[in-house]
Design a protein around this ligand. Sequence first.
Ligand code: S3P
Length: 436
Amino acid sequence: MNLYSRSIPSLQGVLTVPGDKSISHRAAILGGLADGVTEVDNFLCSEDCLNTLRAMEQLGARVEVLESREGCGPVRFRITGVAMRPHSPSRPIDCGNSGTGMRLLAGMLAACPFDSEMFGDASLSSRPMGRIMSPLEQMGARIEARGSKPGCAPLFIHAGHVRPISYTLPMASAQVKSAILLAGMFAEGTTTVIQPAVTRDHTERLFRHFGVSCSVDGLAVSTEGPALPRAHDLTVPADISSAAFWMVAAATRPGSRLTLRQVGLNETRCAVISALRRMGAHMDIVKTSPEDAGEPYGDITIYGAGSLHGTALLPEEIPNLIDEIPILAVAGALSDGDLVVRNARELRVKETDRIATTAANLRAMGATVEEFDDGMIVRGGTALKGAELPSYGDHRIAMSFLVAGFSASGETVLTDAGCINTSYPGFDRDLSQFLP
Ligand code: S3P
């Protein structure tokens, strides 16, 4: 599927982007493991998250659809959990394109008394799984990476029993942290993960929501097992990573006034707002969640003014805005300065090597980009021209460059844009509402 965009004067209106991807994966897993019935509202009905929900069904959870949204899919589910006793799956588990799904499920499966197998698409089959295998093996799990690329999926997980560990993460990864904590729910004693920097803390928040012990001491996160999560309804806020495309779209089109509703405002995910404000973006934020909400959320209004300026992303911001770097790079190209991204080597092992794919598409639109092993400098101040660009099968690359097309001459075409469904079903409809 190809998607098109072109120069538009400004963006006006109100938009509600779909539910948060990270929280939806975790809600499926914890709801599926819980004792009792959990209703999850505003679940992200993307291929990635639905795969995780199906995986939990294969493991014995009962999943009923309570509501579907037109042009999107099922968004409200009733999940009857297995009370920490997953069933042996009758066939291999398909994780599609999702690193989060595969890595988090691996943490849980490593502790189960049956063999299991997980596989994914070509992109997922080339992403590193050693980062979860190593700590899970230290916990006693036996995992084989059977992919043609060493250390990659398909993963074969032998029936196992896990013991608690204290593990220092070699990289700032919420997926690895969460895989270990999920295994730790099955282990007897205290499992601790020490992070090199703060990473998104949705697992910790959902643990508390489901009554699972979770303590945080600086960069160390601990859980006490064995745990029995208690079913507890929840509503997933809109995904700030999806909202980020519209933040940049509105901030780079003078005269825009766009409100994004009920966006997740978890502070481990909000650095994209700080970075855009440093670049000169005008945004009002009204928190609308109750004080005791497990995940805060609110409405963000973005006003397009003059040109954005350059900035350097701070090292401690990188894990917080790692998924927003392609769209921030587009903002950098449209600014009158330089966007400096360093300490972001992790970008090379996302759905694509996002330093290479972002740089290639920016250059194809006429921008100047200097690439480093751990980042890039995007030079602003050059008018972008429309181009036919590949998505490389990466949802965030596809959406970033459709937004770039709003500020480029001529037409921008994103080929193979179907991948957008992995995180933002309905993006094409939202996009078309702004095009003439
Ligand atoms: C995620 C963590 C991040 C992020 C991914 C979702 C999560 O990956 O890029 O899109 O839900 O835990 P890493 O943990 O590999 O940094």
